[in-house]
Design a protein around this ligand. Structure first.
Ligand code: GCW
Length: 703
């Protein structure tokens, strides 16, 4: 018989009762319900310890055991193990189903003693199991009914930090970068551990440290050492470090005359660079690349293809087991073609030409993280290439950190979309099940910064959370995830949880409504993207101007992407293309994305398009008012600090939702010459006033 280590866990967590202030730092990782309840009254006895046994001794297993020891209710006996442990062999547990990272939690008898077994084939699996058990307990489950088994459907579950080396964060609304590049590698801020722990708790297993608009400096020895220090902190939590690579680095750092991927000297430079990185970070994940997009260098500068570029980098990391995530977010300076078509046009012909350690990373929609976009036509169109789904967790176009917009429904809507190829969904493309790809990925542009609450607001934490959960399983639904997040974040008071979930579930649709419904997109102000700017028409590239996207005139509005227009619909598989080609079969929510239609078009509501558009603006604003009232109703049941901050944000959101509505309507009326439908409130100011609003020092935007 093998003796396991036994940890007696003291409940050392600070168990704040709801009445106390709470700065949100702990995210969703709070004490489980039973433990909180035990200490909620001042007279409760000091909590006794759970008993946690450990079979195996890796740092990761110990972390799993610590999590359980800290948070489990008294009297529970738990064993943390990897499936390789011989004492488990006789139990005939379904380890074969778990893969590298899956877990199981089962009541078993070990060495004659009943115990709750938390195990995976690997220590990472066991760590995920520990967090799953804590989630189970915090969401109403008990140790007695814990029987869990799960394996991730997606292999690379990666945050993309658009963090710059000077500490700013592109499109970051939660303070400066978490990474203190200057003081690294010496100083290892304890927040790095807390960051890794939070990610591990939702299954995120990779992080790209630096902005895709990359500086070559990230690849210098000095910065490699800094990245290595972070990798050391993250490793026990199962998280690998990746770097965004600047394609022209061989010129900037290596003194070469070219970065042409077909030049052997260039390939040799990258190979040596990869070797150097792997000496410092043996489990380095690989590179993320934004090439030939928005001014970034790339293989097209030399007449080489994206595949040439990606494969050259892939060869450099291949001997070390690394991968390359190559972004498909491209649109050319000179191409007069509909911007929505360009990524497909460029990448589709390359299907089958990428090395097998390359993944192509595709944004959820064909333009750019708008409040609503139809799924990107590349999903389903490159069967031979693993496609990483890229979502934007930071809400560049959905109200920054201030607006409450739960992104679960946006993610779910995209992942559940049918591609038109048999029963295939976007999720089945992303998780590889459609084509049998084993290398699969999902990326989220992080909303994390140095703000005390990490994400700039309590409810934004839910977007980080739901990204991790859906990356683990892209078939999960948004609503139950909202609920489990709220239970872990606010405690088990049913009224608070119900209220939070109710607010969250319609919140993204409200943003769609008050910024422009029915498939309108890209209507925001220039550069910083804060607030409305549908009138903007003077930027040097046509596709930078909102007027390019809405094409509103006296008679109608919308972008004709059918055969009479750009024919972008033809990029979808035939059944989907047919549906989108006809305004009568296009879902109304996407109508103006695909069609230019008359203002008097009769909508499903019975109203005209113009009337309905106005109604949606009003509905969006009203939803925010409702959220404020709902939040007021739970004031006494939520800690003062988080309640207050959220209430303030909601007040700002209501003001800004009105601004969006009024500015947009003032503009549309100037174009279509129509009056508002009876009963609709006139915009507060005239159009000139809205156009005259200018903002400097907007977060996330650095000229
Ligand atoms: O949405 C746009 C952003 C840019 C960003 C770019 C991209 C990192 O406005 O800030 O650059 O997308 O995804 O590359």
């Amino acid at each position: 018989m093998r003796a396991g280590t036994v940890i007696m866990g003291a409940l050392t967590l600070l168990l704040a009762s709801t009445a106390h202030a709470d700065d949100g730092y702990r995210l969703w990782l709070r004490a489980p319900a039973s433990a909180t309840a035990a200490t909620a009254t001042a007279t409760a006895p000091a909590p006794a310890s759970a008993t946690v046994s450990l079979l195996g001794g890796s740092a990761t297993l110990r972390l799993a055991a610590d999590e359980l020891a800290r948070a489990l209710p008294a009297g529970v006996a738990v064993t943390v193990a990897t499936g390789a442990d011989p004492s488990l062999a006789a139990l005939r547990l379904p380890f074969a189903r778990l893969g590298d990272e899956g877990y199981l939690v089962r009541r078993v008898t070990l060495h004659g003693q009943p115990t709750l077994l938390v195990a995976g084939n690997t220590d990472r699996g066991a760590l995920y199991g520990a967090f799953a058990l804590l989630r189970h307990l915090a969401t109403g489950g008990t140790a007695a009914d814990a029987s869990l088994v799960s394996a991730p459907k997606v292999k690379l579950r990666v945050l993309n930090h658009w963090d710059n080396l000077d500490g700013t964060v592109e499109r970051g609304y939660a303070g400066t970068s978490l990474w203190d590049w200057w003081s690294l590698p010496d100083l290892k801020d304890p927040r790095y551990v807390d960051y890794a722990r939070a990610n591990a708790s939702i299954g995120i297993n990779g992080t790209v440290l630096n902005n895709v608009n990359a500086k070559a400096d990230s690849l210098t020895p000095r910065y490699i050492e800094k990245a290595a220090a972070l990798a050391d902190v993250f490793r026990p939590w199962g998280i690998k470090v990746y770097l965004s690579a600047r394609f022209s680095a061989p010129i900037e750092l290596g003194g070469l005359k070219t970065a042409d991927p077909r030049d052997p000297a260039v390939a040799a430079w990258w190979k040596a660079k990869a070797d150097e990185i792997y000496r410092a970070i043996p489990d380095f994940g690989g590179f993320l690349v934004k090439a030939n997009s928005e001014g970034q260098p790339g293989p097209r500068d030399y007449g080489a293809s994206h595949a040439d570029g990606a494969n050259m980098l892939a060869a450099a990391v291949r001997p070390h087991g690394g991968i390359v995530m190559w972004r498909a977010f491209v649109y050319a300076d000179t191409d007069p073609e509909d911007r929505a078509k360009q990524a497909y046009t460029e990448f589709k012909p390359l299907d089958g030409t990428f090395a097998d350690n390359v993944l192509v990373q595709v944004k959820n929609g064909a333009i750019d993280f708008q409040p609503r976009e139809p799924f990107h036509p590349l999903f389903g169109a490159m069967p031979k290439t693993p496609l990483v789904m890229e979502f934007q967790v930071t809400k560049e176009y959905l109200g920054f950190a201030t607006h409450l917009a739960y992104l679960g429904p946006l993610f779910e809507e995209t992942l559940a979309a049918r591609t038109g190829r048999g029963r295939e969904t976007v999720a089945s493309v992303v998780d590889g099940s459609s084509e049998g790809h084993r290398l699969t990925g999902m990326a989220g542009v992080a909303n994390i910064g140095r703000d005390r609450d990490w994400s700039g607001s309590t409810f934004n934490q839910a977007n980080w959370y739901v990204f991790g959960r859906m990356a683990w399983d892209p078939t999960l639904a948004a609503q139950p995830i909202a609920r489990e997040w709220a239970q872990q974040t606010f405690g088990t008071d049913r009224r608070v949880v119900d209220t939070a979930v109710a607010m969250m579930m319609g919140s993204r649709e409200a943003v769609v409504d008050y910024t422009g419904a029915f498939g309108l997109a890209h209507l925001m102000a220039t550069g910083h993207h804060y607030g409305p700017g549908p009138w903007v028409d003077d930027l040097k590239r046509p596709e930078w101007n909102p007027v390019y996207y809405h094409k509103a005139d006296r008679d109608g509005i919308g972008f004709d992407r059918t055969r009479t227009g750009s024919n972008a619909v033809a990029q979808y598989a035939p059944p989907v293309a047919r549906r989108f080609a006809d305004p009568r079969t296009t879902p109304e929510r996407d109508l103006l994305w695909f069609h230019h239609v008359g203002w008097d078009r009769r909508m499903a509501s019975g109203r005209t398009l113009w009337e309905d558009l106005v109604a949606h603006y009003d509905r969006g604003v009203a939803y925010v008012g409702d959220m404020r009232r709902q939040w007021d109703g739970v004031r006494a049941a939520v800690d003062a600090e988080r309640w207050e901050k959220t209430a303030t944000d909601l007040a700002v959101q209501e003001r800004e939702a009105r601004w969006w509505r009024d500015a947009s309507l003032a503009y549309w009326m100037s174009v279509n010459g129509r009056a508002l439908p009876a009963g609709a409130a006139a915009p507060e100011h005239d159009l000139a006033w809205y156009k005259a609003q200018h903002f400097a020092y907007v977060p996330g935007h650095h000229d």
